[in-house]
Design a protein around this ligand. Structure first.
Ligand SMILES: Nc1nc2c(c(=O)[nH]1)N[C@H]1C(S)=C(S)[C@@H](COP(=O)(O)OP(=O)(O)OC[C@H]3O[C@@H](n4cnc5c(N)ncnc54)[C@H](O)[C@@H]3O)O[C@H]1N2
Ligand code: MOO
Length: 399
C-alpha cells in the first residue's frame, strides 16, 4: 500500500516499519568498537557485579565493636583473602578492595585513629553499639551482585549502544557484542547543474549533499559505500538506482515533475513499489520512499533544506528501523513566538532553544541552509499556524 501525501507522523511510522521488516545482518564487535552500533540480540550478564563484597571507602574493615586489634592491610588488585575477619579485629582497606568474610562494615579513614596500637572510632554516630532509634552506622560496602547477577538481562535486541551501555557490558565481563551489521547505503546526487568544487559559474550550483549526507548516514549507523553525481538523464538515473548490492539508496533532486526530473520514472522502470509518495509537510513535501527486493529508496527533494528535513523527519526512523530500532515519538517544545502557516500540511521550522522557548531561525526556506546550520532542532507547526506559548512537536537533529 502506498501512503500518498502522507501525514508526517504516518510517514515516519511507515519508514520505520519498512526498515524493521528488512533483513538484517549480524556481526560481533569488540567493545572498543561497539559505541554507536545497535544490538542484534538480547545481552545477558555473564558475571556478578560487583563480583565480591568490596569496600566503598579507604579505611578499615571491622568486625564487632571497637576498639579493634589491627591486622594486615588489604589492597585492591589481590585475590580475595579467604581468612574471615574475627570479631574485635580490623584490617586497613582501600576503596574497591575485597573485604573479608565477617566484615561488619568499613570505618572510613577520617572516622578512626590508632591509639596505643588499637583502632578506635572517632565518629560518634558510628561508634559503639547502636541505641534504639539511632541511625545504623553506614556499612560502606558494595554488596556482591547488587548491580547485576549472572543471567540478568542487560539490554534487549534493538538497543543503541551508548558509551555507558558499553561500559555496563564491560563491567559485566563481556568482551564483544552482537550488533546489526551497518546497512550498506549508496548516495546518488542528481542534477546537471551540480558542481563538486569551487565557486560555480552562474547557472550552476555547488553540490551541498556529497559533502555531508554520507557522514550523516554513517553517524546514523549505516555504511555509506558510494556517492555519485548523476546527470539529468533517465537512463543514468535508472542505472544509479539499480543497486541490489545495497540496502538503502538515498537520492537527492529529480523528485518533481519537470522534464529534468527522472526519479519517479526510474523507480517505475525498476519495478520499485512506492511506500510513501510525498509527505504533507513543507519543506520536504516531494519526498518518496520506495522498496524493490532488498533495497529501500529514500528519494529526497533537491532543495537543500527540503532534503535535510526529509532526511531528519523520515530518513532517521527509516535507518533506525534498518538497525532494528523502533522509532520514538517526537518530544515537544514551547513556542516563544507565533508562526503563521496558512497552507495545508505541517510546516517544519529550524529553531533555536532559548530561555523563553523555541524561536524559529532566520534565513530558512526550502532552498536555504543557514538557518538550519545554527539550529537546535526542528519544530513542527500544524496546519493553521501556532501562537506564542503553544506546545508543538520537535525533532532532534542527528548531528
Ligand atoms: N511546478 C512545480 N515546481 C516545483 C514544485 C511543485 O510542486 N510544482 N515543488 C517544488 C518543491 S517544494 C521542491 S522541494 C522542488 C523539488 O524538486 P526536485 O526534487 O525535482 O529537485 P531539483 O529540481 O533537482 O532541484 C531543486 C532545487 O534544488 C537544487 N539542488 C538540487 N540538488 C542540489 C545539490 N546537490 N546541491 C545544491 N542544490 C541542489 C537545484 O539546483 C534546484 O534549485 O521542486 C519545486 N518545484
Ligand atoms: O516541499 Mo519543497 O520541499 O518546500 O522545498
Amino acid at each position: 500500500m502506498t501512503l500518498a501525501r502522507a501525514d508526517w507522523l504516518e510517514a515516519r511510522a511507515a519508514a520505520n516499519e519498512a526498515g524493521l521488516s528488512h533483513p538484517r545482518g549480524l556481526e560481533l564487535v569488540p567493545l572498543g568498537d561497539a559505541v554507536g552500533h545497535t544490538l542484534a540480540d538480547d545481552v545477558r550478564s555473564p558475571g556478578r557485579v560487583p563480583g565480591f563484597d568490596a569496600s566503598a571507602m579507604d579505611g578499615w574493615a571491622v568486625s564487632g565493636d571497637g576498639p579493634w586489634t589491627l591486622g594486615e592491610p588489604i589492597v585492591a588488585g589481590r585475590a580475595v583473602d579467604a581468612t574471615p575477619l574475627a570479631p574485635g579485629t580490623a584490617r586497613p582497606v582501600t576503596t574497591g578492595a575485597a573485604v573479608p568474610r565477617g566484615t561488619a562494615r568499613v570505618l572510613r579513614s577520617e572516622s578512626g585513629r590508632i591509639e596505643r596500637g588499637m583502632l578506635v572510632s572517632t565518629d560518634e554516630a558510628a561508634s559503639g553499639p547502636s541505641h534504639p532509634g539511632s541511625r545504623p552506622a553506614p556499612r560502606h560496602i558494595r554488596r556482591a551482585g547488587e548491580e547485576a547477577e549472572p543471567g540478568d538481562l542487560l539490554f534487549e535486541a534493538g538497543t543503541l549502544l551508548t558509551p555507558p551501555r558499553v561500559a555496563v557490558a564491560a563491567v559485566c565481563g563481556l568482551d564483544a557484542l552482537p550488533v546489526v551489521r551497518p546497512p550498506r547505503a549508496a548516495l546518488a546526487v542528481l542534477g546537471d547543474e551540480i558542481v563538486g568544487e569551487g565557486l560555480p559559474q552562474p547557472g550552476f550550483v555547488r553540490d551541498v549533499f556529497s559533502v555531508q549526507v554520507p557522514s550523516i548516514l554513517r553517524s546514523l549507523g549505516a555504511d555509506p559505500v558510494s556517492s555519485d553525481r548523476v546527470g539529468d538523464r533517465l537512463d543514468a538515473t535508472v542505472a544509479a538506482l539499480d543497486r541490489p548490492d545495497v540496502g538503502l539508496v538515498v537520492t537527492t533532486g529529480g523528485t518533481a515533475h519537470s522534464s529534468a526530473d527522472h526519479v519517479r520514472e526510474a523507480l517505475a522502470r525498476l519495478g520499485a513499489e512506492l511506500v510513501v509518495d510525498r509527505v504533507a509537510m513543507r519543506p520536504g513535501q516531494p519526498l518518496l520512499l520506495a522498496r524493490r527486493g532488498e533495497t529501500l529508496y529514500l528519494c529526497l527533494p533537491g532543495n537543500p533544506m527540503a532534503a535535510l528535513v526529509g532526511l531528519v523527519v523520515v530518513g532517521v526512523p527509516l535507518i533506525e528501523g534498518l538497525l532494528g530500532r523502533r522509532h520514538r515519538l517526537p518530544g515537544r517544545v514551547v513556542l516563544a513566538t507565533g508562526v503563521e502557516h496558512p497552507r495545508p500540511g505541517v510546516l517544519v521550522q529550524a529553531f533555536r532553544a532559548t530561555d523563553e522557548g523555541a524561536v524559529a531561525m532566520p534565513r530558512q526556506s526550502s532552498a536555504m541552509l543557514r538557518g538550519l546550520a545554527d539550529a537546535s532542532g526542528l519544530l513542527v507547526v500544524p496546519d493553521g499556524g501556532a501562537r506564542a506559548g503553544d506546545v508543538v512537536p520537535a525533532i532532534d537533529l542527528p548531528w
